[in-house]
Structure formats: structure tokens, C-alpha cells
Design a protein around this ligand. Sequence first.
Ligand SMILES: C[S@@+](CC[C@H](N)C(=O)[O-])C[C@H]1O[C@@H](n2cnc3c(N)ncnc32)[C@H](O)[C@@H]1O
Length: 284
Amino acid sequence: MRDPDGLTARAGVRGDPDRDQHFLVDDRVLDRLPTYLQEIDADTDHVLEIGGGTGALTDRLLAMGDEGKVTVVERDRELAEFLREEFADEIAAGNLTVIEGDALEVDLPEFTASLSNLPYGVSSEITFRLLPEGRPLVLMFQREFAERMVAEPGTSEYGRLSVSTQHYAAPEIVETIPKEAFSPPPAVESAVVRLEPRDPDYEVGDEEFFLRFVKALFTQRRKTIRNAIRNTAHITGLEAPEAVVEAADEELLRKRADAMAPAEFAALAELAAEVGEPNEARAQ
Ligand SMILES: C[S@@+](CC[C@H](N)C(=O)[O-])C[C@H]1O[C@@H](n2cnc3c(N)ncnc32)[C@H](O)[C@@H]1O
């Protein structure tokens, strides 16, 4: 296994925090990460890594299986070039592909699972690019963000991020990671989240409307659902918010967004779609 300090020395770079570069240097953490996919028998035939850095995690991914392929996306030109040199044999053998570019813009390959120490500045955007693919993901986040992803209704961490994450997957924090595991250390602690794809325990006809509706109601998290529906027509695009308030269950209308279970949001979104005259052109 390649030594992470040796990789950084050969790359001749120092991680630049302004470019979300915090390289994992703790071998024990690097060794554990692949086990979070193996524990759930994830298909690791083609693992996608976002943000390869100097390749410490890429190296662990390549060691996961004989047949498996790895694709790594790295935006930094110098680092992408280093990865191509350092892993020239693996690339020649067809085991590794390096894509140089922004993970929010490049075409992603079909992958069977992803294991990534994400660039924290764009972790949300990347995660919501990966989640709809319905593959197992093991991703590293700032701890506070991870806690919001897994939060349950009725807690202060519960919000739009919890509902939208849990719409696609069952998330679980499998490990918290101290700053010292990285070079340079980030400002805050990190956490590894495993996201196992699953269908939610409710049905929504229009996923986009549902997610927009949830986002809107959480912008008014201190208001009752009744007032939140009335105040957010510019976000939901509802032409007739009052009709939703009239048709909805009184008990639900008295709640606040942070007390609403995902299935309750879904039922209300279905009702709003039915009687509230959603108009996409009106939604901001
Ligand atoms: C937190 S580091 C992780 C590096 C390496 N995987 C490790 O664990 O040591 C994130 C990496 O993502 C890269 N990066 C930042 N923004 C990116 C983007 N939008 N698309 C792809 N890579 C990005 C950075 O250059 C950096 O190498």
C-alpha cells in the first residue's frame, strides 16, 4: 500500500484549504474506509472517487478487488497530472481512469458505488448529483453537515437536508474523524456517512415538486405549516396556497416543519399538487 506522506512528497504539493484540499494521512482511517462498502456487500466493480488529491484513497480503492475498476475525478490540473503519473501502471492495465475536471460538470461514468473524501465546499451539490443514481455511497463530510443528513424529526439538526437525503437513501454516520487525520487539518471535525439506496416509505408523483415544497416549508421553520404554506408560494409555485390550507388536516397545519416526518411532507405535497395549482414558471 502506498504511504500517504510519500504520495504527498512525490506530488510535491501542499494541500490548499482554499481549494478544499485536505489530504487523508491516517493509515488506519484509510484502511477502514473500504470496509464500510464491504460490510454491506456493495458491488465494487466500478468505484467512483470524487476528489482524488494525491491518491491515498485511490490506492485503497484499487486494492479492494481483483476485477474492480476505479474512476477518480480531480479538478486540480497538477494533482490530476500527478495521479496519471503515479498510477500509470494501473491506468495501463485498465483498472483506473482519471478524469480531470469539476465533479459538478463532467460526465460521470456509470458506477456501482462511490467512496470519496469530498471537497467540503461543494459536498452538498456533489452528493445530490450522486444520490439519484441509487448506488451505495460512503462519503466524508464536515461533521455538522453529516449530523444534519441523518437527523430525525423533532431535533434541531432536522431540516431540508435530512428530508432530501433520506428521500433517496438510508444514511448512517459510521465514523467521526478528527482534524489530525488530514494534512492540512480542516477547521472542523469530519464524519463518514454511509448512504444505502432505498425507496422511501411514501410515494410522490412529482419528485421535483416534493423537494421544492420541503425546501420552501423549511425556509419558515419557526412558523406553523399553515403560515409556511401561505408565505412560500413564490418558492413552491402554488397559485392557490389557500386551497391547500383549506383542504389539509388541521393537526398537520398546526405543526412546524421540524416536527413533520418525511411521509407527512409527502402527503401534504401530494395534496398541494392536487388542489394548490402548482405552476413551475412561478417557482423561484
Ligand atoms: C478533501 S480532498 C481529498 C483528497 C483525497 N481523496 C484524500 O482523501 O486525501 C478533496 C479533493 O477534491 C478536489 N476538488 C475540489 N473541488 C473539486 C471539484 N469541484 N471537482 C473535483 N475535485 C475537486 C481537491 O483538489 C482535492 O484534491
